[in-house]
Write a protein that binds this ligand. Structure first.
Ligand SMILES: Cc1ncc(C[n+]2csc(CCOP(=O)(O)OP(=O)(O)O)c2C)c(N)n1
Ligand SMILES: [Mg+2]
Length: 288
């Protein structure tokens, strides 16, 4: 029996799919309260966050400064809605606090920052996450710690030169405890990257920069788990896992929108969107 089909793996995949559904419900709840937000990103990246926070990372929800914790570095502050969902699901913050997303005085800003427990860096200015991730990985090596760094980048963020300086440094220093996930959702604020400043072929670029590189369906839990398993067998190189994802995944109306960078929805539309999320689950996988 292959590893992919053992009963343990099937049950792990199913439980992570349930976690991803919970994260998507949290994302809709947050955005509904305020009527807007980076909903497409939160829904699109829910599968990866479920895999990392509930299947891979070592952390203590009650101690954000545990020196041996694996670090999740969110380069892209506007994806914070997804991370808030994961942190609430993990018990780092209270589920009720999600209702403050984007409100004045809230710790849950639309562009995430270190005022939120569980945030390792302040985002907003794109292109700085990987450099910080490299610095942390080097620091952990000096301290002789086994903790790993997981960095989430976006495809638009690949247009920042600082990302590539950090990529060069990571392979130079053989940082095999560093895992970069590049969310290729094929959108950025002004449209698809191909019309703004082309970034493809993304996986070939990472490979050329000396990284162990894979490209997978970022909305497929099994594919994500297999990619991580594979990456962990490679020593001496940092790992890039390029994700093809669908913005708004799980909510048909969002999946079909041409532009999803920032979403504003009228109060009377949210119940339909919530129903779409629940019906996707009961129908099983739909072809978008
Ligand atoms: C250094 C910097 N330049 C520009 C911006 C403005 N900005 C905010 S989000 C964004 C789009 C980035 O692309 P991506 O993260 O792929 O967008 P998404 O997939 O979320 O639509 C831009 C250009 C910024 N935040 N920081
Ligand atoms: Mg994008």
């Amino acid at each position: 029996m292959s590893r992919a089909s053992t009963p343990e793996t099937v049950s792990k995949v199913q439980s992570l799919e349930q976690r991803a559904l919970s994260l998507r419900r949290h994302v809709l709840r947050m955005a509904e309260r305020v009527g807007q937000g980076y909903v497409g990103q939160g829904l699109g990246i829910a599968d990866l966050l479920a895999v990392l926070y509930f299947g891979e990372m070592n952390y203590d929800p009650s101690n954000q400064t545990w020196p041996d914790r694996d670090r999740f570095i969110l380069s892209i502050g506007h994806y914070s809605i997804g991370l808030y969902a994961a942190l609430a699901e993990a018990g780092v913050i209270e589920i009720e606090e999600l209702d403050t997303y984007g409100a004045d005085e809230s710790r849950l800003e639309m562009s995430g920052s270190e005022i939120t427990p569980g945030f390792e860096m302040t985002g907003g200015s794109l292109g700085h996450g990987l450099g910080q991730a490299v610095g942390m990985a080097l620091g952990l090596r000096l301290d002789q710690k086994q903790a790993r760094i997981f960095n989430l980048l976006s495809d638009g963020e690949l247009q920042e030169g600082s990302t590539w300086e950090a990529a060069m440094a990571a392979s130079h220093y053989h940082l095999d405890g560093l895992f970069a996930f590049i969310d290729c959702n094929n959108q950025q604020a002004d449209g698809p990257p191909a019309k703004v400043l082309s970034v493809e072929p993304v996986h070939e670029k990472w490979r050329a920069f000396g990284w162990d590189t894979q490209r997978v369906d970022g909305n497929n839990i099994q594919a994500l788990l297999s990619a991580l398993d594979q990456a962990k067998t490679v020593r001496g190189k940092p790992h890039a896992i390029v994700l093809d994802t669908l913005m708004g995944k799980g909510v048909r109306s969002f999946e079909q929108r041409e532009k999803n960078h920032f979403i504003r929805v009228d109060a009377n539309e949210w119940s339909t969107l919530r129903e779409q999320l629940e019906s996707t689950q009961s129908d099983g996988e739909r072809i978008p």
